[in-house]
Design a protein around this ligand. Structure first.
Ligand code: F58
Length: 827
């Protein structure tokens, strides 16, 4: 067989930059419709327009993508690799059009065919490859890396089914599969030439040559292929386009022909099914470790593929791996990719022949690790026997790393209990590998995601490791991208701000500060309020369409949207709604401020209490919304299927943002930032990034209540009971009684017995303890809302002072303090 001849390009050049005027765009859209989609424009359906517009925008991105890739390759700058099990991207078209600044021209071009750009954009399915905050942060970081000029590549998994679709049936959550790829995905490019073999199981052979250290060779029993799919990530003004590379699993042999030919048609496909299962579904876990074997396979699969890819690229441009850490920074987004530490050691020692100590130096200098939770039930650990069976060589390496760390701790005088806290192996729960400890010791920098969270990390989960490696933990407070979360989701406010303070904030969002003095300008306040009202009306329309509930846009829109979890305390918010309902009915003569309480969010399918909270919110909504005695003073709404696209409509429409987690438990929060940036006032606890939001917006412009983190810890030591508080607080008692006597579910009065009895017996989440403070703060806000001038002034100050919470600032801090990469940092 002869080798494939290499094609010599004959003067082939990258095409000239494209024109961006409406005439050219209109012509090209029709060209795509004709030659790529094969439709006459007159016959085109809405999805054809989406595809044609996407292809025209994509061409412009590809030109810039080539240019960025070439520039980065030629510069030999250090690259940043962000390894994340999740990227909660949402839609890409609007983001791309906005960042290329094509919005006006494409809108104009489409008008010629009587097509609305907004309608087209809304047809795009959400890429929901994540569960919540962690995955959305990864998506904001990708966009900010491209926008700030960091040569970053994201590595993750191309799930065929992303986060489940939530429906509410008779008040309860029902999970349905999500199918974002059914119509194809024009944003991704399959890269067959970047395919790697990933092994599982098997055995480790040890080869001993005289006078040399033993050499280990892993012989996996099973192999699957990891195939790359690349998506371009366009930075602001299109100046840089980075790559998100997602791995898809395929069998080495798509079909076992022998089995097929002998009549075993099902058996012939078993292998390929097993391989493809690895990237079929996103685990819908929330703050709870999904301890199944498939999950560990997913983690190793994408870590191993990414490392092979990184090393191949490095060796294509460098002579050896000696300088890996000078040219490569790998950030572990939580512990899901932490097995990478053992895998890189394996590649360096077993495959590339490095001596152990040198390999460890390279490994540690290359990795950074971000922690996103302190919740013990969320910390990842794997049973040793499972780990050993699936990844035998990596397990040996972990033992050896552990031995080194323990020796170091012993030499520094650590005692037995400190050493067992540091150990990578948990001996207490049936022997498990602790992924947090592995990620910590294998990284040169470990960071928390808000100032409070970082301090708590030092005092709790990583107390002893922090003692051993004093300089390793640092803080990197989260941020959100202002392109998606202000410019694209709130064009009204963006337009108003541009008129008032000029366009400078579009390039440097901290310039929003220039709007601060406008809080004192009555004319500006009115215009700011008018934008908010229009956004509320838009959300009210969505709710009316989906749920047939009519809302008054002049009521307070009081919104809590996020994953449903006990620590986030949607339950506290619902109890407050019930207490308010009772009070309105008891005192109809009072001057109540009309309020709409809006909830949205998904519960992990196996999280019983969270599902009960969803059910309760829906039951309470049904009763309150159909009670004429509250007139329109109170409405409760649960919007099904919360996702990124819905968030883009919700964030700009809030007057009041609920950030009410039990203090010490929300690592940072990022919804809190999106709301405040869009001019909502926050009611919240001193938790996560709320603490820093308080510092930035000032105590007059944020509404803090409740126990602080140390007070929560103290109270938990003293009592777990909520009983005495319930008994001495009539508002709380009546609300809780209403739930437990079936006022909201007469058809099944015992439905919430467990939920309610937990309040009496184990007020672990401090719902009873914080109720009164919460109630008082809400009533204060009722009064404030009636003084619209004051309210709007505070809202304006929130927008003006939130610039620091941009993910551009977060990324610059990572680049400077952890990665030593990015603009100005020539490696
Ligand atoms: C979230 N974690 C934190 N985890 O809860 C939130 O405070 C923080 O703002 C955000 O990270 C970004 O730092 C989070 O979203 C998950 O969704 C995990 C996904 C994998 C399984 C376990 C939960």
């Amino acid at each position: 067989m002869s080798a494939t001849p290499k094609i010599e390009p004959m003067g082939a050049k990258v095409p000239e930059p494209r024109q961006n005027d409406p005439d050219t765009l209109a012509r090209q859209i029709v060209e795509k419709m004709t030659y790529s989609i094969c439709k006459h424009p007159e016959q085109a359906r809405k999805y054809d327009w989406l595809r044609a517009v996407t292809l025209v925008v994509r061409d412009r991105i590809i030109d810039r993508w080539f240019a960025s890739t070439d520039r980065i390759r030629q510069s030999k700058d250090k690259r940043v690799y962000y390894l994340s099990m999740e990227f909660l991207i949402g839609r890409l078209l609007r983001d791309a059009i906005n960042n290329l600044q094509l919005t006006g021209a494409i809108r104009e071009a489409l008008k010629r065919y009587n097509v609305e750009l907004d309608m087209v954009e809304l047809l795009e399915p959400d890429a929901a490859l994540g569960n919540g905050g962690l995955g959305r942060l990864a998506a904001c970081f990708m966009e900010s890396m491209a926008s700030t000029g960091v040569p970053g590549v994201g590595y993750g998994i191309r799930y065929v089914h992303g986060f489940f679709r939530q429906e509410i049936a008779e008040g309860a959550q029902v999970e349905l599969p999500e199918t974002w790829l059914v119509h194809g995905n024009p944003w991704e490019f399959e890269r067959r030439d970047s395919t790697y073999e990933i092994g599982f199981g098997g055995k480790v052979l040890t080869q001993q040559e005289p006078g040399k250290p033993p050499r280990h060779v892993w012989r996996p029993a099973e192999r699957v292929l990891a195939v790359a799919y690349d998506t371009p990530i366009v930075g602001w003004r299109g100046e840089q386009v980075n790559t998100l590379r997602l791995w898809s699993a395929q069998a080495v042999d798509p079909i076992l022909l022998d089995a097929f030919n002998s009549g075993d048609h099902i058996g012939a496909l078993v292998e390929s099914n097993k391989a493809e299962a690895i990237t079929r579904v996103l685990y819908p876990a929330d703050s709870h470790q999904a301890g199944q074997e498939l999950r560990l396979r997913q983690e190793y699969f994408f870590s191993a593929a990414s490392l092979q890819d990184i090393i191949r690229r490095h060796l294509g441009e460098n002579d050896s791996l000696d300088n890996l850490a000078d040219k490569v920074a790998i950030q572990l987004n939580d512990t899901h990719p932490a097995v990478s530490v053992a895998e890189l050691m394996r590649l360096l020692v077993d495959v590339h022949g490095y001596e152990w100590g040198k390999a460890w130096e390279i490994t540690r200098a290359t990795f950074g690790y971000t922690n996103h939770t302190l919740l013990p039930e969320a910390l990842e650990h794997w049973p040793i026997n499972l780990f050993e069976r699936l990844l035998p060589r990596q397990m040996q390496i972990i033992y050896q790393i552990n031995a080194d760390v323990i020796r170091e701790a012993s030499q520094k005088g650590f005692d037995g209990s400190q050493i067992s806290a540091i150990s990578l192996i948990d001996e207490g729960h049936g022997r498990r590998v602790r992924m947090g400890q592995l990620a910590f010791v294998g990284s040169h920098a470990v960071n928390g995601v808000s100032a409070l969270h970082t301090e708590l990390m030092k005092e709790t989960v990583f107390r002893n490791l922090h003692d051993l490696y004093r300089d390793r933990i640092q803080n990197k407070t989260n941020g959100v991208t202002p392109r998606r979360w202000l410019m694209e989701s709130n064009p009204g406010l963006t337009g108003l701000l541009t008129e008032a303070i000029g366009p400078g904030f579009l390039d440097d969002v901290e310039k929003l500060r220039d709007a601060d003095p406008l809080a004192g300008d009555a004319g500006f306040r009115d215009r700011f309020a008018a934008v908010k009202r229009a956004n509320k009306a838009r959300l009210a329309d969505v709710i009316s369409d989906r749920l047939a509930i009519t809302l008054d846009p002049d009521a307070i829109f009081d919104i809590q949207v996020k994953r449903i979890h006990e620590y986030k305390r949607q339950f506290l918010n619902i109890i407050e709604a019930i207490a308010l309902y009772n009070q309105i009915r008891a005192h109809p003569e009072k001057d109540w401020t009309p309020r709409v309480k809006i909830f949205a969010g998904k519960a992990a399918p196996s999280y019983v209490q969270a599902k009960e909270i969803i059910h309760l919110a829906n039951d309470v909504a049904r009763v309150i919304n159909s009670d004429p005695s509250v007139r329109d003073l109170l409405k409760v709404v649960f919007i099904p299927n919360y996702n990124v696209s819905l968030a883009e409509i919700i964030m700009p429409a809030a007057d009041l943002s609920e950030q009410i987690s039990t203090a010490g438990l929300e690592a940072s929060g990022t919804g809190n930032m999106k709301f405040a940036l869009n001019g909502a006032l926050t009611i919240g606890t001193l938790d996560g990034a709320n603490v820093e939001m308080l510092e930035h917006v000032g105590e007059d412009n944020i509404f803090i209540f409740g126990l602080k983190a140390d007070e929560v810890a103290q109270r938990r030591r003293e009592t777990h009971s909520g009983r005495s508080i319930i008994e001495r607080t009539p508002l709380l008692r009546e609300a809780v009684n209403a739930i437990s006597t079936g006022v909201f579910c007469p058809e099944s009065p015992a439905r919430y017995h467990t939920l309610v009895s937990s309040l009496y017996n184990n007020d672990w989440w401090m719902i009873c303890a914080d109720f009164e403070a919460y109630w008082e703060t809400q009533r204060h806000l009722d009064e404030l809302f009636l003084r619209q001038d004051e309210w709007q002034a505070k809202a304006i100050r929130n927008t003006a002072r939130m610039g620091w919470f941009s993910s551009d600032r977060s990324i610059r801090e990572y680049a400077t303090d952890i990665w030593h990469a990015g603009p100005g940092k020539r490696a």
